[in-house]
Design a protein around this ligand. Structure first.
Ligand code: DGJ
Length: 741
């Protein structure tokens, strides 16, 4: 850190002639520097974000940094994109923020830099926080806003952070998709003008867009080389990440071409009446930089999620689970649940999760049109209640988990009949309903509703402490933007207030039930981001369980999120979403590169399927620590090669790794012949062995498999491994265990 505090700035400015460094604040991690200049009573300015600076470079940046307004405010200078816009109590629409102080302090292993700015005239403060996770090269940044004016100030927008990059050929990588086609990977050059990644669904926020991106400084992104910044907004609600690329937007210094990047909650329809002394906290933006390409950027995010608390329960090994949904859908009963538990236990499964269809008294849940809100067992289906299910789980030696969707209610439910005003709805208009034409959303801005949602979970876990897992689903987006709870003049708070309410409920649950494992699900991958992962141990990656599609979906998701969180389930032979028929080994081999689970009736297995499943589960138990805690190296992208893909996970010590290769298509060109590995130690010698090989596939195995083959790390990372024998048939795949000899 070359940070000097407020008083030193002042002294330095007058006494030391070569004082340019005195104003610089370097927020540094092991391999990166983020530099601002913070002269007291002057504008806070962004200077640099990139590779770690050494002393000489710091001098240079102090004199030649970008010097661009770090947090542009609307009002005085209006030619750039703004990070904040307000209307003061007296109607004045401007802010002119200047630095009032810089502080650093420790929080655990992290260093926090706090920079306070204040309007030149009004009692209005904007404070920026930068928390560094040094070893994992990650900076968490957010902004807090406060005022002491006589009446409310209207906050029209207030982003979490703002920074710039220059150069001429920036490329962006982002995820985009839709329900059952999430996390598509898109990479393209950034053009002039404004480009934004945003979400307005209100409740679930990652089916179509994920609040994450990577940006290269110059030219296309590469897996293992090049300067790349990665960013991800940890927020459960609507967001906006905006890139404003233009020439000469600055008014202080002529920079030929620059990209101004702002990120935070989506301000649309969300103007906020900020009371005097209320602290408005923006969502946290995660930033990481690597000069070693996007692979390292992904690993920085993963490591942070696993080691720095970015993802809940990240230290625990995840169980292999069977979820009942694609096996029986709503047709849940004691017999089929017990049968699934038994079948799963026989092949080595560890946790059984009962999905939708188990609840509702007056209106038993048989489809999506009734019962949400009535979280009591449907007696007709489960006469022995949850106790009966727990007994069956105990008997079959599997843990037990349960599905809920507590933020939602059907208009055909006892809860709605008792509390019709608890839902989000507009006065004077018919309420638009979702699933089953009866699904509506509970208004979590209302503290009574928050208590109710907490109680749903508290009752289940309090009465049945042996429930070890909750699948928390949400199958609607926010329609009918109106709250019966918020006052008439604060209806525009709803988007923000909903998520404050939700987070407060999740915090209460985590305080009381720290050990229950929770999955974040929203019609599949609608809640895959670090805003949720603060409370959830994992996410349901997609409702699409087709292993061919999953190669792509998991590849995209892995850009920002670790395999430990990525629930990957094996489902029926003829896939329910796509109708594609894929051999069981391939389905397992794909699911095993994430957090393995199943989504089908084990009783549908033939005897030989059972053997494949049993062996796969056994294999996964062996490689699970590598997949769930190792470093991911993506080797061959399915986007380049007709779905052919290869990846591997390596442990911290580089003594052990697991390699996966997939060849889904029998095509004339583009198949995998040899794959060059990565992430190993070139000075070590490794023994490599194929795992999970099966004999039930066509006779494809004329070429030798790896049977305790010994090779050097150098050879594996230069020449690679031959995998051509998986090309002779459709859906060839291989898993290879690599261990230091
Ligand atoms: C949507 C989820 O994504 C599915 O896995 C399943 O839980 C259904 N909802 C249940 O209604």
């Amino acid at each position: 850190m070359f940070l000097l505090k407020k008083c030193l700035f002042v002294i330095a400015m007058y006494i030391v002639p070569l004082s340019l460094l005195a104003n610089e604040v370097e927020i540094s991690t092991k391999n990166s520097s983020f530099v601002l200049s913070a002269p007291i009573d002057q504008q806070l300015r962004f200077e640099y974000y990139g590779a770690k600076l050494v002393a000489a470079d710091k001098n240079f940046i102090a004199q030649n940094g970008l010097s661009l307004d770090y947090y542009p405010a609307f009002g005085v200078y209006n030619n750039a994109s703004h990070a904040i816009q307000v209307t003061h109590a007296d109607g004045n629409m401007s802010l002119e923020l200047v630095v009032k102080g810089v502080e650093t302090y420790r929080e655990g292993d992290c260093l926090i830099t706090k920079i306070t700015t204040k309007d030149k005239v009004y009692p209005f403060w904007v404070t920026h926080y930068f928390k560094t996770y040094y070893e994992n090269d990650l900076i968490e940044t957010w902004t807090e806003i406060k005022h002491a004016e006589k009446q409310d100030v209207v906050l029209f927008k207030a982003f979490s952070a703002n920074f710039y990059i220059t150069g001429s050929n920036q490329h962006i990588l982002r995820l985009a998709g839709e329900f059952i086609n999430e996390a598509g990977l898109y990479e393209f050059p950034l053009q002039y003008g404004i480009y934004s990644i945003s979400n307005k669904e209100g409740i679930r926020n990652t089916h179509s867009d994920n609040p994450s991106f990577m940006i290269s400084f110059d030219g296309p992104l590469h897996e293992n080389k090049g300067n790349v910044i990665g960013a991800s907004l940890a927020y459960t609600g609507n967001y906006k990440l905006m890139f404003d690329k233009r020439k000469n937007i600055t008014y202080r210094k002529v920079v030929k071409e620059q990209v101004n990047i702002v990120a935070g909650y989506n301000e649309e329809a969300s103007h906020y009446f900020l009371s005097p002394n209320e602290n408005f906290v923006t969502p946290k933006l995660l930033l990481t930089f690597s000069d070693k390409g996007k692979g390292q950027v992904s690993r920085n995010f993963h490591k942070w999620a696993l080691k720095d608390g970015g993802m809940y329960g990240a230290n625990n090994v995840s169980d292999i689970l069977l979820n009942s949904w694609e096996g029986v859908y709503f047709d849940v009963n004691q017999d089929n649940m017990s049968e699934m538990m038994k079948g799963f236990s026989e092949i080595g499964g560890e946790l059984f999760v009962m999905d939708d269809g188990w609840f509702g008294s007056k209106y038993p849940r048989n489809d999506g049109s009734t019962s949400l809100g009535d979280w009591m067992v449907a007696q007709g289906k489960l006469p022995h209640g949850i106790k009966g299910l727990l007994d069956a789980a105990n008997k079959n030696k599997v843990k037990f988990g349960i599905w809920i969707e507590p933020e939602m209610v059907n208009t055909k439910s006892e809860l709605y009949e008792k509390n019709p005003s608890w839902i989000i709805q507009l006065p004077n208009r018919e309420t638009i309903k979702g699933r089953g034409e009866t699904q509506v959303t509970l208004d979590l801005s209302n503290p009574k509703v928050q208590d109710h949602v907490f109680k749903v979970v508290d009752d289940l876990l309090g009465n049945f402490p042996n429930i070890e897992y909750i699948k928390w689903d949400v199958n609607h987006y926010l329609t009918n933007y109106g709250s019966n709870y918020l006052p008439k003049n604060k209806q525009s708070h709803l988007y923000l207030a909903y998520h404050r309410g939700l987070e407060s409920v999740l915090k209460r649950i985590r305080d009381k039930y720290p050990n229950v494992v929770m999955q974040s699900c929203a019609s599949g991958g609608g809640r895959v981001n670090y805003g949720y992962l603060k409370y959830f141990d994992e996410f349901w990656t997609s409702d699409n369980t087709d292993a061919f599609h999953r190669i792509y979906i998991q590849w995209g998701t892995s850009q920002f999120y670790p395999a430990k969180g990525m629930a990957s389930h094996v489902s029926a032979e003829k896939n329910h979403q796509t109708g594609r028929v894929i051999p069981l080994k391939f389905r397992f081999d794909v699911a095993m590169s994430g957090k393995l689970g199943m989504e089908m009736k084990p009783s549908d297995f033939t005897e030989s399927d059972k053997l494949v499943a049993k062996k796969s589960i056994e294999t996964y138990k062996k490689i699970r620590p590598l997949v769930q805690f190792g470093d991911l190296y993506r080797l061959v992208s399915p986007y380049v090669n007709n779905g052919n893909a290869a990846l591997m996970y390596v442990n911290d010590e580089k003594t052990e790794a697991v390699f996966f290769a997939y060849n889904p298509r029998l095509s004339k060109g583009g198949h995998l012949e040899r794959v060059v590995l990565n992430g190993l130690d070139s000075n070590k010698t490794y023994q490599i062995t194929e795992l999970n090989e099966t004999d039930y596939l066509p006779k494809q195995r004329e070429n030798p498999r790896f049977v305790n083959t010994v090779l050097s790390g150098e050879f594996l990372m230069k020449y690679g491994v031959d995998v051509n024998f998986i090309n002779n048939f459709e859906y060839g795949s291989i898993i290879v265990h690599i261990k230091e000899k």
